[in-house]
Design a protein around this ligand. Structure first.
Ligand SMILES: Cc1cc2nc3c(=O)[nH]c(=O)nc-3n(C[C@H](O)[C@H](O)[C@H](O)COP(=O)(O)O)c2cc1C
Length: 310
């Protein structure tokens, strides 16, 4: 069986070559990882989050190693909307897979402005709302309370009329299922589960915080089993019945990790931290998923979504 037939799928009306997506903030503005491998081998790249104005982000240290993963407090460094559209999206043709734009902001109005610009930009196939960045002073303001998320989507949903609107949820919310429910209720077409966990690290010799921002987002292998549980909960309690696809994201580095997400209910599987260890790791995940689909007796991987034996 050729990987293309076993893994090709429909995501909110878009045809993707396979379910593997490169996660926001870990794959540059789109084409950068073409140096590591041909990006047409994955389903989608999610570009780094864009705000209206350029942002320098936090001072160093802003990325550190941790056991079973890493901590980052980048702070949404980006070139801003105008430069992203005028200079970064010009290399769209090099990407060869779907390109999702990621939107961030300090206010409802900022989210709406960037989302509206993405909605009419032909280089962008879908729009992910990063309402869940733990590394800015106000990054989680829309991610922890259903009413705050609803108020954001009340302004953003009406300006996104051409493209799928994906809401990236925070694992730091007291109840991620309630947040998923609110997002769907307010018009989200799909959900990403999830962003990083708020975390902290201390240098015991100098007795200082290892990240300049003190707090950072924990990602990588250590969070994977927790995200499996969150995908399962969101899928079985709200997303399956609402027919809203999930992008599973957190600690995937091997095809087995991705397969677990799919069985728990994910349609797409994102990879972020693994790219820092081996930028070509998505290729092994794609090949492994194709073999697994066949070994499970399925002609297409979509037959396995949510098919963990309950
Ligand atoms: C260095 C770094 C930068 C990130 N920047 C963003 C970002 O700009 N926007 C966003 O939505 N998520 C961002 N994330 C979160 C990832 O997209 C992803 O949700 C998280 O890392 C969990 O997946 P992983 O364990 O596969 O890395 C960033 C993660 C890392 C490690």
């Amino acid at each position: 069986m050729h990987a293309s037939t076993a893994l090709s799928l429909n995501f909110c009306g878009l045809s993707l070559a396979n379910p593997v997506a490169l996660a926001a903030g870990t794959a540059g503005y789109g084409p950068e990882l073409n140096d590591a491998f041909d990006l047409s081998r994955v389903g989608a790249v999610v570009a780094k989050s864009i705000t209206c104005e350029p942002r320098e982000g936090n001072a160093p240290m802003r990325i550190i190693d941790s056991s079973a993963g890493m901590l980052n407090a980048i702070g949404l460094t980006n070139v801003g909307l105008a430069v992203f559209q005028a200079q970064k999206l010009t290399s769209r043709a090099e990407i060869g897979c779907k390109l999702f734009g990621s939107v961030a902001g300090h206010s409802v109005q900022e989210y709406a402005t960037v989302a509206q610009a993405f909605d009419i930009d032909k280089s962008i196939d879908a729009i992910e709302l990063n309402v869940s960045c733990p590394n800015t002073s106000d990054g989680l303001q829309f991610a922890e309370h259903p009413d705050a998320l609803r108020s954001l989507l009340r302004e953003v949903r009406p300006v996104v009329t051409h493209k799928p609107l994906i809401v990236k949820l925070s694992p730091n919310a007291p109840d991620i299922v309630k947040m998923a429910d609110a997002a769907i209720d307010a018009g989200a077409d799909a959900l990403t589960v999830a962003n990083t966990f708020t975390a902290m690290a201390i240098d015991v010799q100098t007795r200082s915080f290892r990240l300049s921002n003190k707090r950072g987002g924990y990602s990588g292998a250590g969070i994977h089993p927790i995200i499996v549980r969150m995908i399962y909960d969101v899928y079985s309690k709200v997303a399956r019945d609402a027919k809203k696809p999930i992008i599973g994201l957190g600690g995937v580095s091997r095809w087995e990790d991705a397969a677990e997400f799919i069985l728990a209910g994910a349609t797409l599987v994102g990879m972020g931290t693994a790219l820092y260890i081996d930028p070509r790791s998505p290729l092994r995940v794609v090949d492994g998923l194709a073999r697994w689909t066949k070994a499970q007796g399925c002609s297409n991987i979509q037959e396995l979504i949510g098919k963990v034996k309950d």
